[in-house]
Design a protein around this ligand. Sequence first.
Ligand code: HEC
Length: 200
Amino acid sequence: MSRKNPLVAAVVAMAVFGASAVGTAYADAPKYPSVEKTSADTPKKYKMSKEFMEAVGKLSPEFLEQFKKMTSKHTRFSEDATARQVMMELLSDTQCVTTMLMVENGEMAADCALRASAHRWPKGHLLAYVQLNQINVDSLGALPGINELVEKGLERVADMAMKKDFISAGAEMGNVLKGCATCHALFRFDKGTSKYIVGE
Ligand code: HEC
């Protein structure tokens, strides 16, 4: 290509200008929403029912501390997403992981796995979506094990996907799904059944 060709010069100039213009726009653009940032920097405080506060108040400080530590990686807070909506995000991101593993797209599988692992935190804390009679150490004691399967599992999947070890990553996804199903067996209630079906 000739350096004297005016069209080429114009195209080059536009490309340079275009690149810098885009760069400026990005620098000025809000960083939200993004994988790192959401609408709220800290969880908003809500007035919770007396019954809920009583149930949480009965948990030991040690247990609460452990729970806080376990959930500390969640730094993306939502002011209005319900737990069910966050679950739909989890579903969508884990579907992305399985799809990308199948087509050996390690980068995107890892992206989706890490996003699922550090999922958004629902309005009013996850505990706000648990049945009152399950807010106790007996029931909630299952969560660290589940967390190890799901959130830590997804981190392992991301690692394996980046190493292009798609077979191991796929097998590890099995453990992740085991964690989803275990938690649902224990804590998923009000399964969307119809109150109009009254008999067979
Ligand atoms: C900490 C426990 C827990 C874990 C782990 C968990 N879920 Fe859930 N999930 C729930 C609860 C509780 C509900 C019901 C929420 C509601 O209805 O308010 C739910 C509901 C859902 C729903 C909504 C649809 C329905 O029929 O209720 C989807 C989809 C879902 N979960 C997907 C997933 C996926 C995918 C994973 C694993 C990657 C997962 N969940 C892991 C607790 C969990």
